[in-house]
Design a protein around this ligand. Structure first.
Ligand code: NAD
Length: 333
């Protein structure tokens, strides 16, 4: 969609990014602005607004500090919008356990209400940030978009129900929901999170010299935050797969790791670190994910590996760019 008065140069319509001040949002919003795309952010700033702080004078950025659970904000947020990237959520098992009601409302019921309103308002692309944790317990198989979901936490359950509710809005009309299931993310963001396993281990390795990995046999697909932002941009502009339901795992087959594999990565990228594998405290959540579809349909491959993420986080901590990774604002719970 383009907008502009007669004779004036046409400018692209803004894209709405909910949760745009968060870990992924702060990286994604910069990418969109760099591409010359005006951005409107809707975010309640649950973890502060520092992720967008240096952009506050950017003429192409409009920030609405609003709560997605309040339907009165939808009209203002969706005015002139044809593309939505929906990131706003209570993110992570621990954060959802802290306030289950807010998690169910934000991640599930308000998400569906908002998607319904977006569709009614003429939005075409609605990119929904879901998670590979909907697969829950995958045992030894490699999980595709067709594999059954077995969510093992309230967080995963709310994301799964939201996916279902959004896809129910498909009716062959103009509304095009895209469900993106992200792997576990790592890497630097202006709204940094150290409650994500790679980031957490990297900072601890630098500061304490010894880290423990519990269990270690669990599979996880990892993906750098900048690659996730690239995947989201593909979700905005690429044609959708033929399948009636556009669900994509976002990641790279090379980035499936068992947690004990992080020992080698940490030892390689943080010289001198001691990594202890503590058996017996394995978590049931284990999933190895197939990323063939996103590679086949959109040509998506990761540009960074876990080792790159460990290195950049370690460098930021060592150099003092991030002075104190224990600060409350770096954790969702
Ligand atoms: N980070 C990961 O590893 C990961 C993995 C898979 C999926 N995801 C998904 O990606 C999305 C973003 O994750 P993130 O890591 O950037 O999380 P984040 O916690 O850093 O950001 C979430 C943002 O949503 C905002 N928000 C929360 N409730 C809101 C509400 N009611 N109204 C308006 N804004 C609200 C918060 O203020 C925050 O800025 C989420 O949907 C999450 O489920 C993240």
């Amino acid at each position: 969609m383009l907008s502009g008065s007669c004779g004036a140069a046409l400018t692209p319509a803004p894209i709405l990014v909910t949760g745009g001040a968060g870990y992924i949002g702060a990286v994604l919003v910069r990418m969109l602005l760099d591409q010359g795309r005006p951005v409107r952010v809707l975010d309640r700033m649950l973890h502060g607004g520092h992720g967008l702080e240096d952009l506050r004078h950017d003429r192409n950025l409009d920030v609405l500090v609003r709560d997605l659970r309040d339907p009165r904000v939808y009209e203002e947020a969706l005015e002139g919008i044809d593309t939505v990237i929906h990131l706003a959520a209570i993110v992570g098992d621990a954060a959802c356990a802290l306030d289950e009601e807010a998690a169910v409302q934000t991640n599930w019921t308000a998400t569906i209400a908002f998607a319904r309103r977006a569709k009614a308002g003429g939005v075409r692309r609605f990119v929904f940030a879901s998670t590979c944790s909907v697969y829950g317990e995958g045992r030894d198989e490699t999980l595709t978009e067709e594999s059954p979901a077995k969510p093992l936490s309230l967080y995963a359950e709310t994301r799964w129900h939201a996916e279902r509710g959004i896809l129910e809005l498909l009716d062959g009309g103009a509304f095009e929901p895209v469900i993106l299931r992200f792997g576990t993310i790592y890497g630097l963001s202006p709204r940094m999170r150290f409650d994500l396993v790679v980031n957490f281990l990297a900072q601890k390795a630098v500061r304490e010299g010894t880290v423990s990995i519990f269990g270690g046999g669990q599979w996880r697909p990892f993906i750098h935050v900048a690659d996730i932002a690239r995947g989201i941009l593909m979700g905005v502009r690429e044609p959708l797969p033929e399948a009636a339901q556009a669900i994509m795992n976002v990641g790279d087959n090379l980035e499936n790791y068992q947690l004990r594999d992080l020992k080698d990565e940490l030892e390689r990228h943080v010289p001198g670190v001691r990594v202890v594998i503590e058996p017996g405290r394995e978590d049931r959540r284990t999933y190895r994910v197939c990323f063939d579809r996103i590679e086949r349909e959109w040509g998506f491959r990761a540009t960074r590996r876990v080792g790159d993420g460990i290195e950049e986080v370690a460098r930021a901590v060592r150099s003092g760019v991030i002075a104190n990774p224990d600060e409350r604002r770096y954790y969702n719970a």
